[in-house]
Design a protein around this ligand. Sequence first.
Ligand code: GLC
Length: 445
Amino acid sequence: MGISRSRPKRLSRRDFLKVGGTGLAGAALLGAAGCGGGEQSGGATELYFTAPEDTTGTTSKLISQFNEMNKGKYKVIFQKGNSDTGQRLDKLRTQFQAGGENIDIILGDIIWTAELAESGWISDLSNRFPQSQQQAYLPGSVEAIIYNGKPYGMPWYTDTGLLYYRKDLLQNSGYKGPPKTWDELKQMTTKVIADSDTRFGFLFQGARYEGGVCDGCEFIWSHGGNVLDPSDPTKVVIDSPQAIAGLETERSMITDRIAPEAVTVYKEDESAGVFLNGDGVFLRNWPYVYALVGDPAESKLKPEQVGVSELPSADGKPGNGTVGDQPLYISTSSKYPDAAWKFIEFLSAPEQQRFRALEGSFLPTRSDLYDDREIQDSVPVVALAKEALQHTRPRPVSPYYSDMSLEMAEQFNASLSGDTPPEEAARTLKAALENIIEQGKEASS
Ligand code: GLC
Protein backbone atom coordinates (compact mmCIF):
# COMPACT_ATOMS: atom_id res chain seq x y z
CA MET A 1 0.00 0.00 0.00
CA GLY A 2 1.62 3.25 -1.10
CA ILE A 3 0.88 6.49 0.68
CA SER A 4 -0.27 8.11 -2.55
CA ARG A 5 -3.56 6.28 -2.26
CA SER A 6 -5.08 8.24 0.54
CA ARG A 7 -3.31 11.54 0.08
CA PRO A 8 -5.61 14.43 -0.81
CA LYS A 9 -3.51 17.07 -2.62
CA ARG A 10 -4.38 20.14 -0.58
CA LEU A 11 -3.36 18.71 2.80
CA SER A 12 -0.22 20.01 4.44
CA ARG A 13 2.45 17.50 5.42
CA ARG A 14 1.32 17.48 9.01
CA ASP A 15 -2.35 17.08 8.12
CA PHE A 16 -1.49 14.42 5.60
CA LEU A 17 0.23 12.41 8.31
CA LYS A 18 -2.75 12.80 10.56
CA VAL A 19 -5.08 11.16 8.05
CA GLY A 20 -2.43 9.02 6.40
CA GLY A 21 -0.73 5.86 7.53
CA THR A 22 -3.55 3.41 7.64
CA GLY A 23 -6.05 6.04 6.51
CA LEU A 24 -8.40 5.41 9.40
CA ALA A 25 -10.25 8.67 9.54
CA GLY A 26 -11.08 11.55 7.27
CA ALA A 27 -9.80 15.08 7.24
CA ALA A 28 -13.03 16.22 8.86
CA LEU A 29 -11.77 14.86 12.14
CA LEU A 30 -8.74 17.09 12.10
CA GLY A 31 -10.72 19.96 13.48
CA ALA A 32 -11.93 17.99 16.50
CA ALA A 33 -11.10 19.84 19.68
CA GLY A 34 -8.56 18.23 21.99
CA CYS A 35 -10.58 16.59 24.74
CA GLY A 36 -7.65 16.20 27.06
CA GLY A 37 -6.66 13.43 29.37
CA GLY A 38 -7.71 12.51 32.86
CA GLU A 39 -10.13 13.95 35.36
CA GLN A 40 -9.93 15.41 38.81
CA SER A 41 -11.62 12.83 41.01
CA GLY A 42 -11.68 12.63 44.76
CA GLY A 43 -8.94 15.24 44.83
CA ALA A 44 -6.52 13.10 42.81
CA THR A 45 -5.60 13.96 39.25
CA GLU A 46 -6.27 10.93 37.10
CA LEU A 47 -3.65 10.21 34.49
CA TYR A 48 -4.10 7.70 31.71
CA PHE A 49 -1.04 5.66 30.83
CA THR A 50 -1.30 3.60 27.68
CA ALA A 51 1.15 0.75 27.23
CA PRO A 52 1.14 -2.90 26.17
CA GLU A 53 0.69 -5.57 28.80
CA ASP A 54 3.95 -6.28 30.60
CA THR A 55 4.19 -10.02 31.24
CA THR A 56 7.01 -9.48 33.74
CA GLY A 57 4.59 -7.59 36.03
CA THR A 58 7.09 -4.80 36.72
CA THR A 59 5.04 -2.00 35.14
CA SER A 60 1.99 -2.66 37.30
CA LYS A 61 4.17 -2.79 40.42
CA LEU A 62 5.64 0.61 39.60
CA ILE A 63 2.21 2.12 38.90
CA SER A 64 0.95 0.89 42.28
CA GLN A 65 4.03 2.26 43.98
CA PHE A 66 3.61 5.67 42.34
CA ASN A 67 -0.09 5.79 43.20
CA GLU A 68 0.62 4.82 46.78
CA MET A 69 3.32 7.50 47.12
CA ASN A 70 0.98 10.12 45.64
CA LYS A 71 -2.31 9.17 47.28
CA GLY A 72 -4.93 11.90 46.95
CA LYS A 73 -2.69 13.79 44.50
CA TYR A 74 -2.19 11.69 41.37
CA LYS A 75 -3.71 8.44 40.24
CA VAL A 76 -2.28 6.66 37.21
CA ILE A 77 -4.75 4.47 35.36
CA PHE A 78 -3.26 1.79 33.14
CA GLN A 79 -4.81 1.37 29.72
CA LYS A 80 -3.75 -1.83 28.03
CA GLY A 81 -2.70 -1.41 24.43
CA ASN A 82 -2.16 -4.17 21.89
CA SER A 83 1.16 -5.97 22.21
CA ASP A 84 1.57 -5.65 18.43
CA THR A 85 3.23 -2.25 18.06
CA GLY A 86 1.58 -1.56 14.68
CA GLN A 87 -1.91 -2.26 15.98
CA ARG A 88 -1.21 -0.15 19.03
CA LEU A 89 -0.19 2.77 16.86
CA ASP A 90 -3.29 2.34 14.64
CA LYS A 91 -5.50 2.66 17.68
CA LEU A 92 -3.63 5.69 18.98
CA ARG A 93 -3.99 7.37 15.59
CA THR A 94 -7.74 6.83 15.68
CA GLN A 95 -7.89 8.20 19.22
CA PHE A 96 -5.84 11.26 18.32
CA GLN A 97 -7.89 11.90 15.21
CA ALA A 98 -10.92 11.97 17.50
CA GLY A 99 -9.31 14.47 19.89
CA GLY A 100 -7.05 12.37 22.08
CA GLU A 101 -9.37 11.80 25.03
CA ASN A 102 -7.94 9.87 27.99
CA ILE A 103 -4.38 9.81 26.77
CA ASP A 104 -1.78 11.44 29.01
CA ILE A 105 1.32 9.28 28.99
CA ILE A 106 2.21 6.92 26.17
CA LEU A 107 4.72 4.12 26.19
CA GLY A 108 5.95 4.45 22.63
CA ASP A 109 8.22 2.73 20.20
CA ILE A 110 11.37 4.19 18.63
CA ILE A 111 9.71 3.97 15.22
CA TRP A 112 6.79 6.18 16.26
CA THR A 113 8.61 9.31 17.41
CA ALA A 114 8.93 10.94 13.98
CA GLU A 115 5.30 10.37 13.00
CA LEU A 116 3.76 11.36 16.33
CA ALA A 117 5.94 14.47 16.64
CA GLU A 118 5.34 15.52 13.05
CA SER A 119 1.59 15.08 13.57
CA GLY A 120 1.69 17.30 16.65
CA TRP A 121 0.37 14.57 18.95
CA ILE A 122 3.26 14.39 21.43
CA SER A 123 4.81 17.23 23.38
CA ASP A 124 8.15 18.85 22.84
CA LEU A 125 10.04 18.16 26.09
CA SER A 126 12.94 20.57 25.50
CA ASN A 127 12.30 22.37 28.79
CA ARG A 128 11.77 19.23 30.84
CA PHE A 129 14.51 17.06 29.38
CA PRO A 130 17.31 19.42 28.32
CA GLN A 131 20.61 18.39 26.79
CA SER A 132 22.39 18.56 30.15
CA GLN A 133 20.18 15.69 31.39
CA GLN A 134 20.25 13.76 28.15
CA GLN A 135 23.94 13.05 28.70
CA ALA A 136 23.16 10.50 31.41
CA TYR A 137 21.40 8.29 28.84
CA LEU A 138 22.62 5.95 26.10
CA PRO A 139 23.21 8.03 22.96
CA GLY A 140 21.05 5.66 20.87
CA SER A 141 18.14 6.02 23.27
CA VAL A 142 18.40 9.80 23.13
CA GLU A 143 18.46 9.65 19.35
CA ALA A 144 15.23 7.65 19.53
CA ILE A 145 13.36 10.59 21.05
CA ILE A 146 14.82 13.43 19.00
CA TYR A 147 12.86 14.75 16.06
CA ASN A 148 13.96 17.84 14.15
CA GLY A 149 16.54 18.51 16.84
CA LYS A 150 14.07 18.46 19.75
CA PRO A 151 13.34 15.83 22.42
CA TYR A 152 9.79 14.46 22.25
CA GLY A 153 10.09 11.71 24.80
CA MET A 154 12.00 10.32 27.74
CA PRO A 155 14.05 7.16 27.19
CA TRP A 156 12.75 4.33 29.40
CA TYR A 157 14.17 1.05 28.19
CA THR A 158 16.08 -0.08 25.18
CA ASP A 159 15.84 -3.28 23.21
CA THR A 160 17.74 -5.39 20.75
CA GLY A 161 17.30 -8.75 19.05
CA LEU A 162 19.25 -11.56 20.76
CA LEU A 163 19.71 -15.30 20.33
CA TYR A 164 18.51 -17.53 23.16
CA TYR A 165 19.81 -21.09 23.10
CA ARG A 166 19.44 -24.31 25.05
CA LYS A 167 22.79 -24.50 26.79
CA ASP A 168 22.08 -28.00 28.13
CA LEU A 169 21.11 -29.46 24.75
CA LEU A 170 24.03 -27.88 22.94
CA GLN A 171 26.42 -29.25 25.54
CA ASN A 172 24.92 -32.76 25.28
CA SER A 173 25.56 -32.65 21.56
CA GLY A 174 29.17 -31.63 22.11
CA TYR A 175 28.97 -27.91 21.39
CA LYS A 176 30.90 -25.51 23.61
CA GLY A 177 29.00 -22.35 22.78
CA PRO A 178 26.36 -20.74 20.61
CA PRO A 179 26.68 -20.51 16.81
CA LYS A 180 28.53 -17.61 15.24
CA THR A 181 27.17 -18.10 11.72
CA TRP A 182 23.73 -18.94 10.35
CA ASP A 183 25.22 -22.11 8.83
CA GLU A 184 26.49 -23.21 12.23
CA LEU A 185 23.06 -22.56 13.70
CA LYS A 186 21.59 -24.88 11.08
CA GLN A 187 24.15 -27.64 11.69
CA MET A 188 23.70 -27.43 15.45
CA THR A 189 19.93 -27.51 15.15
CA THR A 190 19.96 -30.64 13.01
CA LYS A 191 22.30 -32.47 15.39
CA VAL A 192 20.60 -31.35 18.59
CA ILE A 193 17.17 -32.37 17.30
CA ALA A 194 18.53 -35.78 16.28
CA ASP A 195 20.24 -36.25 19.67
CA SER A 196 17.49 -34.94 21.92
CA ASP A 197 14.14 -35.32 20.22
CA THR A 198 13.39 -31.63 20.72
CA ARG A 199 10.35 -30.76 18.58
CA PHE A 200 11.56 -27.61 16.89
CA GLY A 201 14.81 -25.92 16.01
CA PHE A 202 14.94 -22.15 15.51
CA LEU A 203 11.97 -20.01 16.54
CA PHE A 204 11.63 -16.42 15.47
CA GLN A 205 9.08 -13.78 14.47
CA GLY A 206 8.03 -14.11 10.85
CA ALA A 207 4.43 -12.89 10.92
CA ARG A 208 3.30 -10.01 8.73
CA TYR A 209 3.79 -7.23 11.31
CA GLU A 210 6.49 -5.02 12.81
CA GLY A 211 8.33 -7.87 14.54
CA GLY A 212 8.58 -9.64 11.17
CA VAL A 213 10.15 -6.46 9.81
CA CYS A 214 12.74 -6.49 12.62
CA ASP A 215 13.67 -10.14 12.02
CA GLY A 216 13.81 -9.66 8.24
CA CYS A 217 16.09 -6.64 8.66
CA GLU A 218 18.37 -8.64 10.95
CA PHE A 219 18.79 -11.36 8.31
CA ILE A 220 19.57 -8.64 5.76
CA TRP A 221 22.03 -6.73 7.98
CA SER A 222 23.83 -9.89 9.08
CA HIS A 223 24.57 -10.62 5.41
CA GLY A 224 26.02 -7.14 4.84
CA GLY A 225 22.84 -5.77 3.23
CA ASN A 226 20.63 -2.82 4.07
CA VAL A 227 17.18 -1.41 3.42
CA LEU A 228 18.28 2.16 2.74
CA ASP A 229 21.79 3.35 1.96
CA PRO A 230 23.20 4.63 5.30
CA SER A 231 25.08 7.45 3.54
CA ASP A 232 22.02 8.49 1.51
CA PRO A 233 18.76 7.40 3.15
CA THR A 234 16.75 8.43 0.10
CA LYS A 235 18.39 5.57 -1.80
CA VAL A 236 16.78 2.14 -1.50
CA VAL A 237 19.30 -0.72 -1.57
CA ILE A 238 17.05 -3.61 -0.56
CA ASP A 239 17.72 -5.38 -3.88
CA SER A 240 21.51 -5.71 -3.34
CA PRO A 241 22.90 -9.27 -3.56
CA GLN A 242 23.67 -9.14 0.19
CA ALA A 243 20.13 -8.12 1.14
CA ILE A 244 18.65 -10.81 -1.10
CA ALA A 245 21.03 -13.36 0.45
CA GLY A 246 19.64 -12.35 3.86
CA LEU A 247 16.07 -13.02 2.75
CA GLU A 248 17.17 -16.31 1.16
CA THR A 249 18.74 -17.45 4.43
CA GLU A 250 15.56 -16.53 6.29
CA ARG A 251 13.46 -18.58 3.85
CA SER A 252 15.94 -21.47 4.00
CA MET A 253 15.28 -21.81 7.72
CA ILE A 254 11.93 -23.30 6.75
CA THR A 255 12.98 -25.21 3.61
CA ASP A 256 15.95 -26.75 5.45
CA ARG A 257 13.58 -27.73 8.30
CA ILE A 258 15.44 -25.65 10.85
CA ALA A 259 12.35 -23.60 11.73
CA PRO A 260 8.74 -24.79 11.78
CA GLU A 261 6.45 -23.36 9.08
CA ALA A 262 4.51 -21.73 11.89
CA VAL A 263 7.22 -19.03 12.18
CA THR A 264 5.39 -17.33 9.31
CA VAL A 265 2.64 -16.43 11.80
CA TYR A 266 4.69 -16.17 14.98
CA LYS A 267 5.01 -12.91 16.89
CA GLU A 268 7.09 -12.44 20.07
CA ASP A 269 4.81 -14.28 22.48
CA GLU A 270 4.12 -17.34 20.32
CA SER A 271 7.78 -17.93 19.54
CA ALA A 272 8.83 -17.36 23.16
CA GLY A 273 6.03 -19.63 24.39
CA VAL A 274 7.25 -22.60 22.34
CA PHE A 275 10.82 -22.09 23.52
CA LEU A 276 9.87 -21.64 27.18
CA ASN A 277 7.83 -24.82 26.92
CA GLY A 278 11.08 -26.64 26.16
CA ASP A 279 10.18 -27.26 22.51
CA GLY A 280 12.87 -25.27 20.73
CA VAL A 281 16.67 -25.22 20.44
CA PHE A 282 17.09 -21.56 19.48
CA LEU A 283 14.95 -18.44 19.82
CA ARG A 284 15.40 -14.94 18.47
CA ASN A 285 13.72 -12.50 20.84
CA TRP A 286 14.12 -9.33 22.92
CA PRO A 287 15.72 -9.17 26.41
CA TYR A 288 12.42 -9.31 28.34
CA VAL A 289 12.24 -13.04 27.61
CA TYR A 290 15.20 -13.62 29.92
CA ALA A 291 13.10 -12.66 32.95
CA LEU A 292 10.40 -15.09 31.83
CA VAL A 293 12.90 -17.97 31.77
CA GLY A 294 13.28 -17.62 35.53
CA ASP A 295 9.53 -17.46 36.17
CA PRO A 296 8.00 -20.91 36.78
CA ALA A 297 4.57 -19.59 35.82
CA GLU A 298 5.87 -18.75 32.34
CA SER A 299 8.57 -21.32 31.73
CA LYS A 300 9.30 -25.03 32.04
CA LEU A 301 12.98 -24.23 31.65
CA LYS A 302 15.41 -23.25 34.38
CA PRO A 303 17.76 -20.29 33.96
CA GLU A 304 20.79 -22.60 33.88
CA GLN A 305 19.42 -24.37 30.80
CA VAL A 306 19.32 -21.18 28.74
CA GLY A 307 22.14 -19.12 27.28
CA VAL A 308 21.88 -15.87 25.41
CA SER A 309 24.20 -14.41 22.80
CA GLU A 310 24.38 -11.95 19.97
CA LEU A 311 22.72 -13.00 16.73
CA PRO A 312 24.74 -15.02 14.23
CA SER A 313 25.77 -13.66 10.84
CA ALA A 314 26.82 -14.93 7.42
CA ASP A 315 30.53 -14.40 8.08
CA GLY A 316 30.88 -15.03 11.83
CA LYS A 317 31.15 -11.38 12.93
CA PRO A 318 28.58 -10.43 15.60
CA GLY A 319 25.15 -10.20 13.98
CA ASN A 320 23.12 -7.02 14.06
CA GLY A 321 20.07 -6.81 16.29
CA THR A 322 17.35 -4.28 15.56
CA VAL A 323 17.31 -1.24 17.84
CA GLY A 324 14.08 -1.16 19.76
CA ASP A 325 13.60 1.62 22.24
CA GLN A 326 10.50 2.30 24.28
CA PRO A 327 10.30 5.97 25.22
CA LEU A 328 7.66 7.72 27.30
CA TYR A 329 5.75 10.52 25.57
CA ILE A 330 3.28 13.11 26.87
CA SER A 331 0.21 13.54 24.71
CA THR A 332 -0.42 17.11 23.54
CA SER A 333 -4.07 16.46 24.42
CA SER A 334 -3.23 15.92 28.10
CA LYS A 335 -4.78 18.44 30.48
CA TYR A 336 -2.14 17.59 33.07
CA PRO A 337 1.28 17.61 31.41
CA ASP A 338 3.04 18.58 34.66
CA ALA A 339 1.53 15.63 36.51
CA ALA A 340 2.29 13.38 33.55
CA TRP A 341 5.91 14.51 33.73
CA LYS A 342 6.06 13.60 37.47
CA PHE A 343 5.10 10.05 36.56
CA ILE A 344 7.65 9.93 33.74
CA GLU A 345 10.36 11.24 36.06
CA PHE A 346 9.46 8.53 38.54
CA LEU A 347 9.52 5.69 35.97
CA SER A 348 12.79 6.74 34.41
CA ALA A 349 14.67 7.46 37.66
CA PRO A 350 17.70 5.23 38.38
CA GLU A 351 15.95 3.22 41.13
CA GLN A 352 13.00 2.32 38.94
CA GLN A 353 15.15 1.47 35.91
CA ARG A 354 17.29 -0.67 38.19
CA PHE A 355 14.21 -2.48 39.49
CA ARG A 356 13.01 -3.13 35.93
CA ALA A 357 16.43 -4.52 34.96
CA LEU A 358 16.63 -6.80 38.01
CA GLU A 359 13.02 -8.02 37.93
CA GLY A 360 12.10 -7.78 34.27
CA SER A 361 15.46 -7.95 32.43
CA PHE A 362 14.59 -4.71 30.65
CA LEU A 363 17.66 -2.92 29.35
CA PRO A 364 18.17 0.40 31.15
CA THR A 365 18.64 3.60 29.19
CA ARG A 366 20.77 5.25 31.88
CA SER A 367 24.36 4.47 30.93
CA ASP A 368 25.71 4.12 34.49
CA LEU A 369 23.38 1.22 35.28
CA TYR A 370 25.45 -0.95 32.93
CA ASP A 371 28.23 -0.73 35.54
CA ASP A 372 25.93 -1.70 38.41
CA ARG A 373 27.42 -4.80 40.04
CA GLU A 374 24.17 -6.42 41.10
CA ILE A 375 22.63 -5.99 37.66
CA GLN A 376 25.78 -7.34 36.00
CA ASP A 377 25.85 -10.40 38.24
CA SER A 378 22.21 -11.32 38.30
CA VAL A 379 20.98 -10.27 34.85
CA PRO A 380 23.55 -11.59 32.37
CA VAL A 381 21.46 -10.36 29.49
CA VAL A 382 22.19 -6.76 30.51
CA ALA A 383 25.94 -7.40 30.55
CA LEU A 384 25.68 -9.05 27.13
CA ALA A 385 23.58 -6.22 25.80
CA LYS A 386 26.31 -3.71 26.62
CA GLU A 387 28.35 -5.41 23.90
CA ALA A 388 25.41 -6.19 21.60
CA LEU A 389 24.26 -2.57 21.60
CA GLN A 390 27.50 -1.75 19.75
CA HIS A 391 26.27 -3.79 16.79
CA THR A 392 22.61 -2.82 16.62
CA ARG A 393 21.01 -1.15 13.62
CA PRO A 394 18.05 1.21 13.40
CA ARG A 395 15.08 0.81 11.12
CA PRO A 396 14.60 3.74 8.71
CA VAL A 397 13.83 6.96 10.60
CA SER A 398 10.97 8.74 8.84
CA PRO A 399 7.57 10.26 9.53
CA TYR A 400 6.46 7.78 6.84
CA TYR A 401 7.94 4.80 8.60
CA SER A 402 4.49 3.20 9.15
CA ASP A 403 3.95 3.02 5.42
CA MET A 404 7.42 1.63 4.83
CA SER A 405 6.86 -0.92 7.54
CA LEU A 406 3.62 -2.18 5.98
CA GLU A 407 5.46 -2.79 2.71
CA MET A 408 8.39 -4.52 4.41
CA ALA A 409 6.07 -6.66 6.54
CA GLU A 410 4.20 -7.80 3.44
CA GLN A 411 7.22 -8.64 1.29
CA PHE A 412 9.34 -10.20 4.05
CA ASN A 413 6.43 -12.44 4.99
CA ALA A 414 5.71 -13.38 1.36
CA SER A 415 9.37 -14.29 0.90
CA LEU A 416 9.54 -16.28 4.15
CA SER A 417 6.33 -18.17 3.34
CA GLY A 418 7.56 -19.11 -0.13
CA ASP A 419 4.77 -17.15 -1.85
CA THR A 420 7.30 -14.87 -3.58
CA PRO A 421 10.94 -15.67 -4.37
CA PRO A 422 13.24 -13.50 -2.18
CA GLU A 423 14.67 -11.66 -5.19
CA GLU A 424 11.23 -10.73 -6.51
CA ALA A 425 10.12 -9.66 -3.02
CA ALA A 426 13.19 -7.41 -2.80
CA ARG A 427 12.48 -5.84 -6.21
CA THR A 428 8.81 -5.22 -5.39
CA LEU A 429 9.83 -3.72 -2.07
CA LYS A 430 12.39 -1.44 -3.66
CA ALA A 431 9.75 0.07 -5.95
CA ALA A 432 7.28 0.49 -3.08
CA LEU A 433 9.82 2.15 -0.78
CA GLU A 434 11.00 4.46 -3.55
CA ASN A 435 7.42 5.50 -4.09
CA ILE A 436 6.97 6.32 -0.39
CA ILE A 437 10.20 8.34 -0.29
CA GLU A 438 9.15 10.24 -3.41
CA GLN A 439 5.70 11.02 -1.95
CA GLY A 440 7.34 12.12 1.29
CA LYS A 441 9.56 14.56 -0.59
CA GLU A 442 6.55 16.04 -2.41
CA ALA A 443 4.57 16.35 0.81
CA SER A 444 7.35 18.29 2.51
CA SER A 445 8.04 20.61 -0.40
C1 GLC B 1 9.93 -4.61 20.51
C2 GLC B 1 10.84 -3.45 20.15
C3 GLC B 1 10.14 -2.52 19.21
C4 GLC B 1 9.65 -3.26 17.99
C5 GLC B 1 8.74 -4.40 18.40
C6 GLC B 1 8.37 -5.26 17.21
O1 GLC B 1 8.89 -4.18 21.31
O2 GLC B 1 11.25 -2.75 21.29
O3 GLC B 1 11.00 -1.46 18.81
O4 GLC B 1 8.99 -2.40 17.10
O5 GLC B 1 9.37 -5.22 19.36
O6 GLC B 1 7.46 -6.26 17.54
